[in-house]
Design a protein around this ligand. Structure first.
Ligand SMILES: [Zn+2]
Length: 97
């Protein structure tokens, strides 16, 4: 069974050829699709990598500020916990008489 494929590049009809006899373009549709998908995937990946890089850069820029914020948060949380423990001890002491 012979299969005729039209070249997407030069519009030349090729029979039983996976590669265009005129310009050498691949006529294998699966291959073409795979190439296109791979290119798309690569583009997508590059885009994501750029975004992650930008995010990391942004994060490292705000690291100083974030670290300070974390320090204050830990301190205030510890303060709240300390106050609660003190309150609980006071309640226990009050109940126990
Ligand atoms: Zn061709």
């Amino acid at each position: 069974m012979s299969v005729s494929r039209k070249c997407p590049q030069c519009q030349e009809w090729n029979t039983d050829h996976n590669v265009c006899v005129q310009c050498g373009t691949s006529l294998n549709t699966d291959e073409l699709r795979n190439e296109r998908e791979a290119a798309q995937l690569k583009k997508h990946h590059e885009l994501n990598t750029d975004r992650i890089d930008a995010w990391i850069a942004k994060l490292s820029e705000s690291k100083k500020m974030g670290g300070r914020l974390m320090y204050f948060m830990v301190r205030s949380v510890w303060f709240v916990v300390f106050m609660m423990l003190t309150f609980i001890y006071a309640v226990i002491a009050f109940i126990a008489g």
